[in-house]
Design a binder for this molecule. Structure first.
Ligand SMILES: Nc1ncnc2c1ncn2[C@@H]1O[C@H](COP(=O)(O)OP(=O)(O)OP(=O)(O)O)[C@@H](O)[C@H]1O
Ligand SMILES: Nc1nc2c(ncn2[C@@H]2O[C@H](COP(=O)(O)O)[C@@H](O)[C@H]2O)c(=O)[nH]1
Length: 204
């Protein structure tokens, strides 16, 4: 029996750099994770591509998928739905591949309920001033949305204790290195490899 893949959840406040860090992980040569592309009802930003950055759907389409039980998790964030399609995650984990989700905190907590043996990593900013300047520097949101993201960020940081690991995103390359080290060591946790040894002992 081949081992099921690991479900890795990278989460944290808006603007901390989740997308930047995730892209750096996926661009690295030794990357062996499968990225689960999220679905959203928000408008496409300049340069974003359907099926690469997100699956862009209407609210009606998204709600129909929720009703049909086809989302692993979903959340309403700044007046839009965001969610993870369930079938891709299940199929890929069953193939023994590691699946990487980059999602906000409400969604991460739903995944934790359903897949408690996932690896939950909270990406933190060096401080809140730096967080705000990253959101502003990105230039994608007007001031009211930036303030809303900052209010949500404060609540999200309080949820950090529900995660397995906290990684500070001071420099992207350091954060990437820490995350890779965490995932690599998670593969050696006894509860993940025990079944393989049970099989081996049965055959002796
Ligand atoms: N380590 C870092 N140092 C300085 N700037 C960074 C760092 N990581 C990311 N940034 C910058 O911060 C801004 C926000 O990053 P990014 O969009 O990746 O955040 P996010 O957490 O994915 O946001 P959201 O949750 O809103 O999608 C970007 O302009 C990015 O270039
Ligand atoms: N719960 C989920 N959150 C998600 C998912 N995909 C992305 N996100 C998070 O939403 C916010 C806003 O994203 P943006 O692209 O509008 O800046 C951000 O924190 C993302 O990480 C998802 O599938 N589920």
């Amino acid at each position: 029996m081949s081992e099921r893949g690991l479900l890795i959840v990278l989460s944290g406040p808006s603007g901390v750099g989740k997308g930047t860090v995730r892209k750096a992980i996926f661009e690295s040569e030794d990357n062996d994770f499968q990225y689960s592309i999220s679905m959203t009802t928000r408008k496409k930003r300049v340069g974003e591509i359907e099926g690469v950055d997100y699956f862009f759907r209407t609210r009606e389409e998204f709600e129909a998928l929720i009703e049909a039980g086809e989302m692993l998790e979903y959340a309403e964030y700044v007046n839009n739905y965001y969610g993870t399609p369930l079938s891709y995650v299940n199929k890929t984990l069953d193939e023994g591949k590691d699946v990487f989700l980059e999602i906000e905190v409400q969604g991460a907590m739903q995944v934790k309920e359903k897949v408690p043996d996932g690896v939950f990593i909270f990406l933190t900013p060096p401080d809140l001033t730096e967080l705000k300047s990253r959101i502003l520097g990105r230039g994608t949101d007007d001031l009211a949305v930036v303030e809303k993201r900052m209010r949500i960020a404060r609540e999200e940081i309080e949820m950090m204790s529900n995660y397995d690991y906290a990684v500070v995103n001071d420099k992207v390359e350091f954060a990437v290195k820490r995350i890779k080290e965490i995932i690599s060591s998670e593969h050696y946790r006894v509860n993940r490899v025990i079944d393989k040894y049970k099989e081996m002992l049965k055959g002796m």
